[in-house]
Design a protein around this ligand. Structure first.
Ligand code: NDP
Length: 495
């Protein structure tokens, strides 16, 4: 891709006039790209472009919008390998993950919304009052202001942009300042496929500058955010000033509950994969394993052994299982949390440190299994966002489900059991937007993703996301033609 420009506004690629930013390859610490951030003036131009494009785009037929999205899908499919390479270079994620998860997942999501654009859900038109015909119009909202995180940059941009524009909105999106590349490539794809100017606009720069300029604008109709709970709450405050609609996908602290009848080998494999995916920088990653006391020792020794076999390495090597964290800042945050846990009495059964040797120059951290941590401790309660799993024993099903619900978060969870009744009970009682049974992590475009409690509200993916990106209008038409309607008696009495 050409990296000469750093924003995409009204169908034109350009550059910002704000402070200089660098994109770092976290596996080496080397600079991959530098760009100038977009400040208030460029953000205002992007919002103007999105407003100008809204009437025509929202007035297009669903089939016309669908055709534009299918063209984007075809273009992205052709760019798959370039997208995977760029994603790996800016995040440090293993190329295998970028090729097999990030990029195909994103491309599939575009295909899903190309189809869904023609199938907005609604209620039947009918005479719910005998004297009127009621019908529902599901309408686009306007300009969506969106902010996405660094953990899955392309996928998160797609999750934000596609349902919004499929429903007829236009959008201004800012990716995380450290990972702008694949979102800009997505903008290039929009341009090449002839997406009308101003439908998709991309700006880049730091959250407090570029992000706040979007969220504070009185000209956006909705804010859609994925990131930390702290920033999400701050953004909610800014959005409240203008009364802007909000969709928040925030942090997670997913429990992983292993009952005494679980297939232990499957649970061990599941726990390692689900805690280490994307180097643990996944809001649904397994972070707290609650294991029945009778299986606890076998579980933790199996997990520790399997974690120790995970190959850390250069992200571009297809044999690498786990790359560095996204930044040295994030690596240091993870290391500090593990250190505090150990100081408080927990033990790292494996990992608990940054590797030396060839990997010492990157933001690497070893897969880490923590035991002997207290339920109320930071490592069990707060999001680590790194390759760290804490394991705690429980004695009864009730205790397990209470512990699973005992954090502020509610994004995802899993239950491991061969008993169908236990599985159903866990699914019913755990407060989380997704509950897996005997698996943990898979997502699919047709099904919703979103949180409960401090993990936010609103859904990404699936046609449920149209609830966020559309507004429903009730049209009620009189059928009687009468001058004095029946209900007028409340005003005029029986005259
Ligand atoms: P943030 O919440 O800070 O970042 C997410 C997005 O919000 C980024 O685009 C960021 O921009 C932007 N942002 C930051 N501050 C503001 C602001 N004041 N106004 C508007 N936008 C803002 O997450 P971090 O990247 O700092 O990561 C910290 C923690 O967040 C992680 O450790 C993890 O706990 C959680 N997280 C959760 C994710 C999820 O999917 N649920 C994804 C990523 C992080 P920029 O980075 O450019 O400043």
């Amino acid at each position: 891709m050409s990296l000469e420009t750093s924003n995409y506004i009204g169908g034109t690629h350009g550059t910002g006039t704000g402070p200089e930013q660098t994109v770092i390859d976290p596996s080496t610490g080397q600079t991959v790209w530098t760009y100038t951030a977009d400040d208030e003036s460029t953000v205002a131009a992007a919002i103007s472009a999105a407003r100008a494009a809204f009437p025509e785009w929202s007035g297009a037929t669903p089939a016309e919008r669908s055709a534009a999205l299918y063209a984007l899908h075809t273009e992205l499919e052709a760019m798959a390998e370039d997208l995977a390479q760029a994603e790996t270079s800016q995040t440090g994620k293993p190329i295998r993950l970028a090729r097999e998860f990030d990029v195909p997942g994103s491309v599939d999501n575009v295909a899903f919304f190309a189809g869904a654009a023609r199938h907005l859900p609604g209620h039947a038109t009918a005479e719910y009052s005998g004297d009127h015909t009621s019908s529902i119009r599901r309408e686009a909202i306007g300009v969506v202001g969106s902010i996405s995180p660094w953990n899955y940059p392309l996928q998160m941009a797609v999750w934000k942009i596609l349902p919004a524009i499929a429903a007829g909105n236009t959008i201004v999106l800012k990716p995380a300042e450290v990972t702008p590349l694949t979102t800009l490539m997505l903008a290039q794809a929009c341009d090449r496929t002839g997406m009308p100017a101003g439908v998709v606009n991309i700006v880049n720069g730091p959250g407090p500058l570029t992000g706040e300029a979007i969220v504070s604008s009185p000209h956006i109709a909705m804010t859609s955010f994925t990131g930390s709970t702290t920033v999400g709450r701050h953004i909610a405050g800014l959005a409240a000033v203008n009364g802007t609609r909000l969709h928040l996908e925030l942090g997670g602290k997913a429990p992983f509950v292993v009952f005494d009848d679980a297939d232990l080998d499957a649970a061990i494999h599941g726990a390692v994969a689900a805690s280490l995916i994307n180097t643990g920088q996944d809001c649904t990653a397994a972070t707290r394993a609650y294991v029945h006391r009778s299986r606890f020792d076998d579980f933790v020794s199996g997990v520790a052994e399997l974690m120790a076999s995970v190959r850390l390495g250069v992200p571009t090597d297809p044999d690498t299982d786990q790359g560095p964290l996204v930044s040295f800042r994030q690596r240091d945050k993870v290391a500090a949390m593990v250190e505090r846990a150990v100081q408080a009495g927990a033990r790292a059964l494996t990992g608990g440190r940054a590797p030396g040797g060839d990997l010492a120059t990157g933001a690497y951290y070893e897969p880490t299994l923590i035991v002997d941590a207290e339920q109320k401790s930071e490592i069990v309660q707060d999001e680590v966002f790194g390759p760290v799993l804490a394991a705690l024993p429980f004695d009864s099903d009730d205790e397990a489900l209470e512990l699973a619900n005992d954090t502020p978060f509610g994004l995802a969870a899993s239950a491991w059991t061969t008993n169908v009744f236990r599985a159903q009970e866990a699914a019913r009682r755990i407060s989380a937007g997704t509950v897996w049974i005997n698996d943990h992590i898979p997502i699919i475009s047709e099904m919703p993703h979103g949180g409960m409690k401090a993990s936010g509200y609103g859904k990404d993916m699936s046609t449920y996301s149209f609830e966020e990106y559309t507004q429903v209008k009730h049209v009620m038409a009189d059928l009687t033609g009468a001058t004095a309607k029946e209900w007028h008696r409340t005003i005029f009495g029986l005259r």
